[in-house]
Design a protein around this ligand. Structure first.
Ligand SMILES: C[S@@+](CC[C@H](N)C(=O)[O-])C[C@H]1O[C@@H](n2cnc3c(N)ncnc32)[C@H](O)[C@@H]1O
Length: 254
């Protein structure tokens, strides 16, 4: 994803962070923004060679936070599945956005995260529900987008429906049913949404070509049609962002 589209994506998601943090009555956390005992995101600061070019790297994020005065932040490099108990206190808030859909074993990932929550603390998880992607008026190119994007996820053994599964995954992981959920979506004018979709499409295209899910020709014609749709009076429904959260009981030392 290029700079502009990444920023647009980030701006959209940030509004949902704030809404969810307010919904879980974590106002104090919001006011302090990043507290010394907050382990902010298992995902954003962690390295994955798979999609490093797609995102701001963890080290960049850390240096931005430090330059903004959050000296207490640190970055632990590793995979969630093999994470050991972090030294010192457990955390008031363990938060992960768009992480579970990348894991081989999301249940294990959730267990690992929940293990880092202090008694009385909270786990908050956000993930996409991709099947919602749509447009009106219909854009023919959407069929190509869905074929390629869903096909690549399928080939990689990843789930495009992780968002809708969050409550079930919480239960299966032994966390229990969420205290609350939030579902949000955006209808983006195609001048913004088409560019973002094109960026997502390009990021999975090499894998799609490798698996014969599309051809160079089809992809060029898709990108051209999407480019044309930017001037059309069309709105794109972005994947739904689902959030789920739960507070750990004060007596729960698990
Ligand atoms: C779509 S990005 C989301 C990044 C960030 N949380 C956000 O919302 O912008 C997926 C993230 O999952 C991380 N990730 C993928 N597999 C992981 C694993 N096994 N353990 C820890 N992080 C992982 C990647 O490093 C990447 O940062």
């Amino acid at each position: 994803m290029g700079g502009v589209t990444r920023d647009q994506h980030e701006k959209i998601l940030k509004t949902r962070h704030k809404a969810v943090i307010l919904r879980i009555s974590f106002r104090e956390w919001l006011l302090r923004n990043v507290s010394p005992s907050t382990w902010e995101s298992c995902s954003a600061w962690w390295r994955s060679s798979r999609n490093r070019s797609f995102l701001r790297t963890p080290r960049e994020t850390l240096s931005v936070l430090k330059s903004e005065g959050y000296q207490q932040c640190s970055f632990i490099e590793g995979t969630l599945e093999s994470l050991e108990q972090i030294e010192g206190d457990r955390f008031d808030l363990v938060f992960a956005r768009l992480l579970l859909m990348h894991l081989d074993d999301p249940i294990l990932g959730l267990r690992q995260m929940y293990g880092q929550v202090r008694p009385g603390g909270r786990i908050v998880v956000q993930d996409y529900y991709f099947p919602a992607v749509d447009s009106y008026p219909p854009v023919e190119a959407f069929a190509e987008f869905k074929k390629v994007f869903f096909g690549v996820y399928n080939e990689a053994g990843r789930d495009t429906r992780t968002g809708i599964k969050l409550p079930g995954l919480f239960i299966e992981a032994g966390i229990g049913p969420p205290d609350g959920t939030d579902v949000s979506g955006f209808l983006l004018p195609s001048r913004v949404g088409a560019e973002m979709l094109a960026a997502v499409y390009r990021s999975v295209l090499p894998v799609a070509l490798k698996h014969g899910l599309t051809t160079e020709r089809q992809s060029l014609s898709f990108l051209e049609e999407l480019r044309k749709s930017q001037s059309a009076n069309c709105y794109i429904l972005w994947p739904l962002l689902v959030s789920a959260w739960r507070q750990k009981a004060a007596e729960d030392r698990s």
